[in-house]
Structure formats: C-alpha cells, structure tokens
Ligand binder design. Sequence first.
Ligand code: ADP
Length: 191
Amino acid sequence: MPNPAHQVIIFLGPPGAGKGTQAERLAAEQDLLKISTGDILRDHVARQTELGQRVKPILDAGQLVPDDILIALIRDRLASMESVRVIFDGFPRTTAQAQELDVLLEELGAPINAVPLLEVPDEELIARIVERGKTSGRSDDTEATARERQQVYRTQTQPLIDYYSARGQVRAVNGVGSMPEVYGRIVEAVR
Ligand code: ADP
C-alpha cells in the first residue's frame, strides 16, 4: 500500500530554467526535502572528497556524471527517510536514472506525484546562466559550457519528457516571468 504521507515531485527543465530556485521555495512551503544532485556534487568538489575530485572535470565540461554514481547518491539519501517527501532538482537526467528511480520508489512504496516541466526559450537560458555566472562562483556558468549543457540536455534529458508524459505525469509550466509569477504557476501545476 502506498503511504499517503509520501510526496514525490520531479522538476524537469533545461539548465538555467530556474528549477533550483523554484524547488527551494516549494520544498520550504510544502515540507519537502529538495534533493539537488548539482548541489550535492558541487559540495563534494568544494570539500575535495574523492568523489569531488573525480567529478570536477566532468562538471566543468558540462557533461553528465556517470549514472551509477548518481543512483548510489540518491539511494543513500532516500534510505534514511521515514516518509519520502522530496523534490528532485536535476535528477533524473537520463533514461537509465529514471528507470532506477522507479525501482527505488517502488521499493519504498512512494509513487511519483507530479513532474512539472519548466519551459524557457534557449536564448534566454544562455543569457540567464551567463548573468548568474557573475555571482554564482560556478565554474560551469560560462557561455561555452552553458551551450554544452543545453546540448547535453537536448540529447540525454529531453527523452524523459516522453518517459513521464506516457504516464500522464508531466505538467508544462511557462518559466518566463518574475520568480513569484512562475512559482504561482508551479503550485497550480503540482496541485
Ligand atoms: P544546471 O541545471 O544549471 O545544469 P545542476 O546544478 O543541476 O545545474 O547540474 C550541474 C552539473 O552537475 C551538470 O552539468 C552535471 O555535470 C552534474 N549533474 C547534476 N545532476 C546530474 C545527474 N542527475 N546526472 C549526471 N550529472 C549530473
């Protein structure tokens, strides 16, 4: 029997769409844990852990970190949760990750509740990332890496839209507008 206390939201959308910021607020207001794989990986890089040293060049190139690493990270985070109340930001990013997440959630009896898809036009995405790069301190927030991440998104992550659409879980949200405007649309979409 699925536990009704479980709540699983997967944020989809290209790099720079604002998933992190929006997921942060939604998590705070709906008592969910935001799991941002980008933040987790950057934390490893900052602490210079073994994993951090291994993934740094991958992050800097705008490429994806191998699936098995991500899956182990997520498995770890979920294992300790009594009720699974999470927003995934930046995971899954490949079909293999999505399939593994299904297995994991099935084991935990926690179905996916909604998959909001934040939509923003390509050129605005690049501009946002370059702007963010002025203050973010992220070594991957450059125009060249942003374009590479865009390309990786198109080839490896976009297929997930079909993966979740086939189950009727995707809710497209217009990501252009002020932060509170977009947030309002997301709240409607995941209701
Ligand atoms: P953005 O959405 O702006 O690209 P993220 O913080 O989500 O930023 O991700 C930054 C980088 O971390 C990615 O370019 C990739 O190298 C790595 N990464 C994050 N999540 C994943 C994932 N689920 N699978 C593989 N690599 C990931």
